[in-house]
Design a protein around this ligand. Structure first.
Ligand code: HEC
Length: 191
């Protein structure tokens, strides 16, 4: 029995990765969620101001140019890479990679089952192609009333035309408030 325990302990010690320092996933998740909150509220403010100042067609520019710039700015300070993705894209540059596609499918199933899409969160430590450990985090984005102008079932003719012109493959209209519109996607290299 004693020998069995000793063997088990040795097996456990040998199986445990020695080089990898433990990762505080709860801390990273909390930090990432704060970055998302900052990004989302800055984006919504900017959109609101853009809509007020120049109307919806001009505000499309906010989403097109300002959103990626803001994502970069908000994340860079803390070493996070920040973006948005969806299973129904407007900009093909926001296409999900395989990990993101898997999480989006999981979120879609959870939303289908009645969960609040804006509260869906999934985080995981993965190893990237360079062999580095990366913490990846996604949070669902819920379609709100203020998003209808550009993502709703019936955008105005002017908005429709501008979207068609800028995003010929646009799949991101036809949403109703409360639906899962997409997700924030973050990563931070740990090693
Ligand atoms: C004034 C028009 C406008 C409004 C209002 C708007 N969006 Fe968008 N949205 C866009 C444009 C344009 C893009 C493409 C941005 C790009 O080129 O990266 C976009 C892209 C996105 C994306 C990235 C995924 C994709 O399909 O490319 C998400 C997620 C998103 N919007 C969610 C929202 C949500 C949630 C709201 C409401 C809070 C909202 N949008 C309000 C115009 C708008």
């Amino acid at each position: 029995m004693k020998r069995l325990i000793a063997v088990s302990i040795i097996t456990f010690l040998c199986a445990a990765p020695v080089s990898a320092a433990p990762v505080d996933t709860a801390g990273l998740r909390a930090q990432g969620l704060m970055v998302i909150q900052k990004f989302f509220s800055a984006l919504k403010n900017e959109l609101r101001a853009g809509l007020k100042k120049g109307g919806p067609v001009a505000a499309i520019q906010v989403c097109r140019v300002e959103a990626p710039a803001m994502a970069k700015r908000v994340g860079e300070k803390n070493g996070w890479q920040v973006g948005r993705t969806s299973d129904r894209l407007r900009n093909p540059a926001n296409a999900p990679d395989p990990w993101e596609a898997k999480v989006l499918a999981m979120f879609a199933a959870q939303a289908q089952a009645g969960k609040n899409p804006g509260k869906l969160v999934f985080g995981e430590v993965v190893t990237n192609a360079q062999g580095k450990r990366v913490f990846r985090l996604m949070k669902g984005i819920k379609m709100g009333g203020g998003c209808l102008t550009c993502h709703g079932p019936s955008p105005s003719a002017a908005v429709r035309n501008q979207l068609k012109h800028l995003y010929p493959q646009d799949k991101a209209t036809g949403y109703r408030p409360g639906q899962l519109r997409g997700a924030f996607t973050l990563q931070k290299v740990l090693d």
